[in-house]
Design a protein around this ligand. Structure first.
Ligand code: PLP
Length: 889
């Protein structure tokens, strides 16, 4: 046995450093090392090898009866126990005493006390699902926009009152304690929030569901507004202890990169991947409290683990800092969330992030499956994996690699399993969002996966060829590899080929993808594979938690709080639509939310707004397709009109507060200019004494889940005004309607289905239709748009320098006048202005408006994420609810 592989001689794990000290080296079973590893080293892999037990699951030991009894005992819910648990954590976990408590530690101690209960239920849930070999659904998403957990957990456990009382006794208000928590902002926008709502629904509806994601050290950046411009600051959310994650150093997997392939002489499709760079991915578990059920879900987030990377040679030669040099490279992999929404970044680091995520997740899922001892053909009976967009698509070749190269399956068997396990959700058809990876990059970083992708594509194209002989153009169009220079892997096609079901996220979007990016696939693979699953949102967070006044009213009408998990029951409030007392209290709840938002606006921006004005809100990522620019142009136009009026006439106008919030990707210049324009317009209008309270414009900085929870309940009107055909679904449209706000929107995404549910008279539609967009765009490519009078008036005001130096904003105007007006602002502007007038007229009819507001909520039950999850469970995952039964554990 020699140690000449260049791995032991340069870098070894700290934990096994002793093994290489002179004299004991011969004990190391080097012969079992599969690969000469060079620079970066995997601690866990090595530990396993040294122990000679790679991949062997330990036999579970259940302990004696008394011990098991104890683990099944639930903490009592009385105030004394709660107080004692909080004090115990205060002193034992945080080294504080009740006399030195501040609100930060009151939060932490309370959160840890609540966490104890969740972890106990979490253990029972997983023991139970293991025991009965439940089929699990794994929701793979590179983003989870979770927000806060404390209040959510208190409500789920029905302990809010109790904690409020206990904290009251030590002199704290629960609301202030809740405000100590930082958001887990591991996502950009709708896609990441959808993942969070879906794991919430899985937990609440008793499905054995797990989320898988990455534990970014820096989540979505914090947005500051300085001189009207967006300035990004890092989101150091882990600087304070995080009660809502549980580190699992025992759950760590090696993830390989680079290297070369060695052919297996016994099988033409089997390779040995000899890699020279290996990182460790370590699990952190985030409990997902199920409301009103013992079921606790889990989000398993991977972090690149670095403690075991240590260069002993450098250390011994006195280079103490250099000895940990490998850590830097490893850490960067899970350091930051890419801040792009609906835009593909295409960076090599992002690709490595995606692979680390996919490899660790698939290894973990497979390890869990292998514990059941079932044959591989039964894997699809126990495992369903949903790909949230194309970001986790490398999971497909990764599963193939593990099954073929490591588990010894034949290609056809492995491919059959893979297709039955995976399903894929498409989220967009925006060309700039389509993930494509250059073949040379993939080949360098993941040589084995590139080979597998080539083979997947080859066999797929052979099938296509059989069905449509001699159609060379079809083969070129449908190929997973785009024949560009360099060649590119089309990830959406790979995800489609590797899945048994593909879905869009709203009816219109699911139709569009069948007619556009997947039209050839529909022809070749049949229509049945392509289905619709309209998005939904969690009524726990987006009603019960964020809008206590309205929720209490609904609970009263329904008779109990069961509607929170069975949203169809809110239909009951429709019968109350003419009840004067109910209507009055409904309006009072809305006013309360508006007053709360007015305070929030004052504290975050210093702007004073009148809660009796119409609150007109557009909050979402800043993106050209979402058309915040069109919104602010309409505000400018309105300002121009008001300035032309006499004082008497102005006094008769409806008062309006126009509220914006949202982040722009840090590299998205146009979006950042729109933020600057909004702030510049706000500055002028809000300080114009002639205007006063008739019109206010607010940009609330640092939009987040927590900010949304204050903003959304307060809307009278909310705007969802994407160019038709561009917003796949939208989910904040649902959140607003579920809180009694009415939509001003285009005929796009889920707006359409919302309109079908609430009735045309309870929503304000405008703008061109999706099927007309192509023709308008074509026309505008060759003709200058002719702005109508209103749009021209807005341009004139900007160009006159009304809102500061005109040249700053000229590129925005040019994007319409000279850039082809890709998002059709000039086309939709006239009908947009008309829709605004319709809104004003409707709002003046106070009684009618309350009716609209009540009916909006009463008829929105379709948009609960519980409904979405139930449809996925039945039509995609083939799983059933399994309420946790302790007695069977
Ligand atoms: C719901 C939500 C979104 C999605 O908003 P859309 O208007 O559907 O794009 C984005 N960010 C946050 C914080 C959300 O809560």
């Amino acid at each position: 046995m020699t140690l000449d592989n260049g791995y032991f001689s340069t870098t070894i794990p700290l934990s096994t450093a002793k093994a290489t000290t002179p004299g004991v080296q011969s004990d190391v079973p080097v012969a079992t090392l599969p690969t000469p590893l060079k620079r970066v080293v995997s601690g866990a892999a090595l530990k396993e090898l040294l122990a000679g037990s790679a991949g062997q699951p330990k036999t579970p030991s259940h302990g004696d009866a008394e011990f098991r009894d104890y683990t099944h005992y639930e903490l009592p819910r009385d105030l004394v126990t709660i107080k004692n648990t909080v004090i115990m954590h205060l002193s034992a976990t945080f080294l504080r005493t009740p006399s030195s408590i501040d609100s930060a530690h009151a939060y932490l101690a309370s959160a840890f006390a609540v966490r104890d209960r969740l972890l106990q239920r979490w253990n029972l849930t997983n023991e139970y699902h293991d025991r009965i070999n439940a089929k699990r659904i794994y929701y793979m998403s590179l983003e989870f926009l979770i927000g806060r957990t404390f209040d959510n957990a208190l409500l789920a456990l029905n302990l809010r009152e109790e904690y409020s009382k206990v904290l009251g006794k030590v002199g704290f208000k629960l609301e202030d304690i809740i405000d100590e928590e930082r958001d887990a902002a591991l996502g950009n926008g709708g896609l990441g929030r959808l993942a969070a709502c879906y794991v919430d629904s899985m937990a609440c509806k008793d499905y054995p569901g797990w989320g898988y994601g990455l534990r970014y050290k820096y989540g979505m950046f914090q947005q500051q507004i300085i001189n009207g411009y967006q300035v990004e600051a890092p989101d150091c959310w882990l600087d304070t202890p995080n009660p809502w994650e549980f580190p699992r150093p025992d759950v760590t997997y090696p993830v390989k990169f680079y290297g070369h392939l060695v052919h297996d002489p016994t099988n033409p499709r089997r390779f040995k991947w000899e890699s020279d760079v290996v990182y460790d991915a370590m699990a952190f578990d985030v409990p997902v409290p199920g409301y009103g059920t013992k079921n606790v879900g889990n989000i398993r987030l991977w972090s690149c683990k670095t403690n075991h990377l240590f260069d002993l040679n450098k250390f011994n030669s006195g280079d103490y800092a250099g000895a940990t040099g490998g850590q830097v490279a490893a850490q960067v992999l899970t350091d930051v969330l890419y801040p792009n929404d609906n835009t593909n970044e295409g960076k090599e680091l992002r690709l490595r992030q995606e692979y680390l995520f996919c490899s660790a997740t698939l290894q973990d899922i497979i390890a869990r499956f292998k514990k059941t001892g079932k044959p591989w053909v039964e894997m699809p009976d126990l495992v369903a994996i949903q790909l949230n967009d194309t970001h986790p698509t490398l999971g497909v070749p990764e599963l193939m690699r593990i099954l073929i190269d490591e588990e010894g399956l034949e290609w056809d068997a492995a491919w059959d399993i893979t297709k039955r396990v995976f399903a894929f959700t498409n989220h967009t058809i925006l060309p700039e969002a389509m993930e494509k990876w250059p073949v040379p990059m993939l080949d360098k970083i993941l040589p084995r996966h590139m080979g597998i992708i080539y083979d997947i594509n080859l066999f797929f194209l052979q099938e296509v060829e059989k069905l449509y002989p001699n159609d060379r153009d079809l083969l070129r169009r449908i190929s997973v590899i785009e024949e560009s220079n360099p060649q590119q892997v089309r990830m959406a096609y790979l995800a489609c080929v590797g899945s048994h079901k593909v879905n869009g996220v709203a009816a219109i979007h699911s139709d569009i993808i069948k007619q556009t990016i997947f039209s050839d696939f529909v022809k070749v693979q049949g229509e049945d594979k392509f289905i619709n699953k309209t998005n939904g949102v969690s009524p726990r967070r987006w009603m019960n938690e964020c809008n206590p006044a309205m929720s209490a009213l609904i609970t009263e009408v329904v008779g109990d709080s069961s509607w929170i998990n069975e949203l169809t029951k809110i239909k009951a409030i429709e019968a109350k639509v003419d009840d004067a007392d109910f209507r009055e209290r409904w309006w009072a709840a809305k006013q309360q939310a508006k007053a709360h938002l007015a305070e929030y606006i004052l504290s975050t921006t210093g702007i004073k707004v009148n809660p009796n004005a119409l609150f007109d809100i557009q909050v979402k990522r800043i993106h050209e397709y979402k058309r915040q620019f069109m919104n602010i142009l309409s505000v400018i136009h309105r300002y121009g009109q008001l300035k032309k009026m006499s004082a008497e006439e102005r006094a008769k106008q409806l008062h309006r507060v126009v509220i914006f919030a949202g982040k722009a990707a840090s590299g998205y210049w146009v979006a950042k200019q729109v933020i600057k324009l909004i702030n510049s317009v706000a500055e002028v209008i809000n300080n114009d004494e002639e205007i006063g309270d008739v019109l206010k414009v607010v940009f609330i900085p640092d939009y987040s889940v927590t900010a949304a929870e204050s903003i959304i309940p307060a809307s009278d009107i909310s705007q969802h005004i994407s160019t038709a055909g561009t917003e796949a679904s939208g989910t904040s449209n649902m959140k607003f309607c579920l809180n009694g706000g009415i939509i001003l929107g285009t005929v796009d995404g889920a707006n359409i289905e919302i309109g079908e549910e609430v009735g045309e008279e309870n929503i304000f539609f405008f703008g061109c239709l999706a099927h007309e967009v192509e023709d308008f765009r074509h026309y505008l490519r060759f003709h200058q748009p002719k702005p109508d009078e209103a749009l021209q008036a807005a341009f004139d005001l900007i160009q006159a320098g009304t809102f500061g130096e005109a040249h700053i904003f000229q590129p925005l105007i040019d994007s319409i006048l000279r850039g082809g007006d890709v998002y059709l602002l000039s086309v939709d502007f006239p009908s947009y202005i008309q829709a605004h007038q319709a809104v004003e007229e409707a709002y003046r009819d106070h009684d009618e408006w309350i009716t609209k507001s009540i009916l909006n909520v009463a008829r929105m039950s379709k948009f609960s994420s519980d409904r979405s999850i139930q449809e996925y469970a039945e039509e995609v995952w083939n799983i059933e609810p399994l309420p946790v039964d302790n007695s069977k554990v």
